[in-house]
Design a binder for this molecule. Structure first.
Ligand SMILES: C[S@@+](CC[C@H](N)C(=O)[O-])C[C@H]1O[C@@H](n2cnc3c(N)ncnc32)[C@H](O)[C@@H]1O
Length: 658
């Protein structure tokens, strides 16, 4: 009888060559074997996979069609065929074949995941969500599906009950590197309202029994694990939460002031304290609260040696001021219950102070605006973040750039082996750490004016075991002094805070290697129209930038709804002190239009290569679908005119020297 499949050893040899990425040899060898075994399902299938790697998609498609016709029950064959259809943009055929995979094997989780990806591409977000949830239910360890789930949750509004979703939100908020909590915050809030009894719990605060029913309310909130975790990872951008938290904080303060120490307060206070610390104590407090906080502080000071301090006394104070601001803190040996709060509000602060000693400076800052900007970010490093979304696996520079789809002939570009990347104005490190996770064999240089921001960034980089970042303090105007050139320079949300953004941009351009690329982020005049009006009001009313004024300004906006400033309440930055300062009280802000950016690029002799934000590009393509439209700034200008909020996340674009 004619054997259909070669022996195990032969198959293993092809697989080994494939795993070693020795694709050409693998193809040659499998072609030889196929001469003898033309109908071998395994060898055909592997050779299809290798041709896929070599981007010979048409040939791979032909091979996989043969594989499934030879073996109509072979799920891997349908899966590979579906992947090829997907790559070739034949999405409906891809869907058909993924569904065949699932018909054969209902637990083939990658097929569900990839179906989710296709539905997401087709803007069928609800359906995509459904498929990602199915993927995770089959394989809860498939992290890629959580990344995808997080991605889809950023661009659609959850408006239906879903019994699974809160469990996944909790998972996403507990993980340090899958997603920025602020990116999914709106849907976490929706998930809390739709799928938990949070509204009922909060409505008890309006009840005539309040505050007698406080314990009942706290019990209910303590059961809401998602809420407690959410409070620990990002300033919650919603006034309804803030209003209720302020009332509860006030009432627990009263209880603790009266020595009424209820153990049930503990868990809720740990979360509330983290929330207040993260929002940098932006909540309004009354004089009576200030008085009681002071009295408890005195009580602790007096009892510090007698150990008669209750954990709740410390916790409630940490809801009004950070622990590091209390002198007695260093004498406290925190109980297990207090450890988390001590790490957040005391140990981290001391660690950052130590980092500052070791951060190298380029030179003293001279520029008068840079000095003022530095002072702002020394007082309020921005943003104060906890978790973020990192790349699943780093790629070499060429692969990363080819994924962005820029107006660039990659074949003509020579990248150096060891990629050197500058993040100019790295702030508290989100940007630098995210970039560091994308590139293989890269060394990152992260520059900022503010020591306190850099120290925050350095502590977080260590926490996430990110070792390839050098943090440097200095003004990007003085970059020449570093005597270094870079393959990539990224500067997002920085140049528009300089006295002369063009001078800043020139300083960056001068530090590019030949063929190097630049990612720039600039405020849009159109998207910030409302913000510009509020800034004008702040300036004309000569409101000084103090914590107290920021708090009062917010209170004014909340107490007088439906004014023309009202929409500012929807900005997540409105929910933390450094955010409000960055958003409305910044000492320097320029705003740009597309023609203004074009003029700057002409002056600098650089070329526009394309925008960064895939969501923005996707929206644009719904209107302009010619291939090269995405590189046409006139079309973008037209698009922005009709969609004035499209660049609310800044103009973020790539460019390079001509
Ligand atoms: C709005 S924050 C953005 C931080 C970061 N790029 C991000 O996206 O998270 C602006 C940062 O730019 C820094 N910055 C502003 N002007 C600068 C300059 N001339 N040189 C270096 N850093 C500067 C500030 O200190 C601040 O940390």
């Amino acid at each position: 009888m004619i054997k259909k499949e070669p022996d195990k050893k032969t198959i293993e040899k092809i697989i080994l060559l494939y795993n070693q990425k020795n694709y050409l040899e693998a193809i040659n060898f499998s072609s030889k074997i196929l001469k003898e075994y033309p109908d071998s399902i395994l060898v055909n299938n592997i050779s299809g996979v290798i041709h896929t790697e070599l981007k010979n998609y048409i040939l791979a498609k032909k091979i996989f069609i043969k594989v499934v016709s030879l073996s109509p029950k072979y799920n891997d064959g349908y899966y590979n065929l579906a992947n090829i259809y997907n790559k070739l943009g034949e999405e409906d055929k891809a869907i058909e074949n993924y569904k065949k995979v699932i018909d054969i094997d209902q637990n083939y989780y990658k097929a569900y995941n990839n179906l989710g990806n296709i539905f997401r591409k087709k803007n069928l977000n609800k359906k995509a969500l459904e498929y990602y949830i199915l993927t995770i239910k089959i394989n809860p360890n498939y992290v890629r599906a959580f990344y995808n789930l997080a991605g889809v949750l950023q661009h659609f509004i959850l408006d239906e009950k879903n019994k699974y979703i809160n469990k996944f939100f909790l998972y996403l908020l507990e993980k340090k590197i899958i997603v920025r909590p602020s990116a999914i915050a709106t849907n976490v809030i929706n998930g809390l309202f739709l799928n938990t009894n949070l509204k009922d719990s909060f409505s008890l605060i309006k009840n005539k029994n309040y505050p007698k029913n406080l314990n009942k309310i706290i019990e209910l909130l303590n059961e809401n694990k998602l809420l407690l975790q959410f409070m620990k990872v990002c300033p919650i951008p919603n006034y309804y939460f803030e209003k209720n938290f302020i009332k509860i904080r006030n009432e627990i303060l009263n209880q603790i002031y009266n020595l009424n120490f209820k153990k049930i307060y503990l868990n809720f206070l740990i979360s509330l304290s983290a929330q207040c610390f993260l929002n940098e104590y932006v909540y309004f407090e009354t004089d009576e609260e200030k008085f009681k906080v002071n009295m408890i502080n005195e009580r602790i000071k007096n009892n510090i040696n007698s150990k008669e301090i209750n954990d709740l006394e410390i916790l409630i104070l940490s809801c009004y001021s950070p622990l590091f601001s209390f002198d007695w803190c260093k004498k406290i040996n925190p109980s297990n219950e207090l450890k988390e709060t001590f790490i957040l509000q005391y140990r981290n602060y001391n660690e950052e102070k130590k980092h500052i000693q070791k951060i190298k400076s380029i030179k003293e800052i001279n520029d008068s605006v840079s000095i003022k900007v530095k002072n702002q970010y020394e007082e309020n490093p921005y943003p104060r973040w906890t978790n973020l979304g990192l790349s699943i696996e780093p790629k070499v520079i060429k692969e990363v750039i080819s994924d962005i789809n820029l107006d660039l002939d990659l074949k003509k570009i020579k990248f150096s082996k060891n990629t050197e990347i500058l993040i100019a104005g790295c702030g508290t490190g989100q940007h630098a750490i995210t970039t560091a996770s994308k590139y293989k064999n890269a060394e990152i240089f992260a520059l900022d004016l503010s020591f306190n921001s850099l120290a925050y960034a350095k502590r977080k980089a260590e926490e996430l075991n990110c070792q390839n970042i050098n943090f440097i303090q200095g003004d990007l105007l003085d970059l020449r002094k570093l005597d270094k050139k870079f393959d990539i320079i990224e500067s997002v949300g920085v140049l528009h805070h300089m006295d002369d953004p063009l001078a800043g941009w020139k300083s960056l351009t001068d530090c590019l290697k030949k063929d190097a690329l630049m990612l720039i982020g600039l405020y849009s005049e159109k998207a910030r129209e409302n913000i510009a009006n509020i800034r004008e009001k702040i300036n004309s009313s000569k409101i000084k930038t103090t914590q107290k004024n920021i708090i009062n300004f917010r209170k004014d906006i909340f107490d007088n709804p439906n004014t023309k400033w009202d929409s500012i309440k929807y900005s997540p930055d409105f929910y933390s002190t450094s955010g409000v300062r960055d958003l409305l009280f910044h000492i320097k802000e320029h705003r740009f239009t597309i023609p203004k950016i074009e003029k700057y690029m002409k002056d600098l002799n650089i070329k526009f290569l394309g925008f960064e934000d895939t969501y923005v590009i996707k929206k644009f393509k719904e209107v302009y679908d010619e291939n090269n439209d995405i590189y046409n700034l006139n079309k973008w200008e037209e698009y922005e005119k009709n969609n004035p909020r499209i660049f609310s996340g800044m103009y973020q674009f790539w460019c390079k020297k001509i």
